[in-house]
Design a protein. Sequence first.
Length: 450
Amino acid sequence: MTSSDRELSERPSMEALLYQALKEGVLPITSVCNMGCVFCSNRYNPKSCEVFSIGPRDLEDIEETIPWLQGAPGAIVIGESVTRINEGEPLTHPHFMTIVEKVRDAYPEKPIRVTTNASLLSPEKSRRLASLGVELIISLNTVGKRKEVMADPEPEVTLRNVSALNGVIKLEGSIVALPFVTGWDDLRETCRFLKDSGAISIRLLAPGFSAAHPLFKEMPSSTWEECRRFAGEMTRALGIPVLFEPPVLRDLCARVEAVMEGTPAKAAGMRAGDIITRVAGIQVDSRKDAFELARERENPKITLLRDGGQIEVALAKPRRTSPGFVVYEDLDLRAFSAWAARAGFGRKAPPLILTSSLARPLISAALESRGLEAQVVTVRSRYFGGNIQAGGLLTVGDFLAAYNNALRDLKPPSTVTLPKRAFDAWGRDLEGVSYKRFTEETGCQVVLAG
């Protein structure tokens, strides 16, 4: 038995999985969902895919693990599927309100964000959540075809619950874009309904399906590009950010996508389409860099390119507060520099980077801006197939296939970089295979990054 085979058999305990989730600020409470969305991937995952479902966790168990949230880097998140534990509808948990109250008691200053389909969100619950300082992400998806798309048994109740949120609680909207199912008019009306219900922004999520999902064959190949353009049109029409995810970025240019109402950026006259080149006199190297420089500084001066000319505005704001402009997240260049120090640049052979199609343009741009030479190979998802493109859904098998296919065109690399997000805290992919398997089969030193 190889070391990788042993790694495969050593599946982490549920307690260990929960600990890792809570350490990142995610509080799983139940995988139970009261709807049956047509776009849900759970039924179509390969049998070997390591995702886990839990019933409503015991209140006592949840209380015991709340201290694990102490190191959370940002907001405490409930109901968002960002770990390998399937998230259901949090309000189906019989002790949901008590859980939120206990989290707030433990962390009076931390932001708490709850993702919900709003079907169980009565006005009384909304007011109580607002009093606790909770922010909502309303996963609405459609206003006109709720029974067909979400199997919502009471669409009128859900929509009434959402409409009643206006002026009560801070909320954002979330829509899985299915224009080939709902039609563009419904997608447009869903965005308008969320805005009218008080949403300060809307996430328009690109549909991603494995080859096994029946909707994959129905989706036109142009859907992502059409949805990206649609998001820009709705941002202009509604006056709030409608952001397409993933944004399919091609460069590190710090382009402003939207400016929030009532913010320093709005007061200073910043506009969507502005390109930020300097913050407080410091050259900006990426979107993320621009936002963080502006957030960290008091009253920063922002140098912009607009309509072929250069202008300067000043944001009246305290340190460590949001500037109010919206940019897509691209590369963390500090992390990129730390990776470059480990990746073997300067050795006889350049390093090899195996990456997703979404990340490749950004990585290439970062390499070029720093004068670094590396071999970059795009990895296709063979495990899921379909139109899956996210780096976090790639497997060791996908990386090995891409490496072997490109081998004849490659110089023997000094190191091979794989995306860290494809692996859990134990270095295991979605099949439970360790990244060390790649080294065993290729003899290459592996670096995890990103």
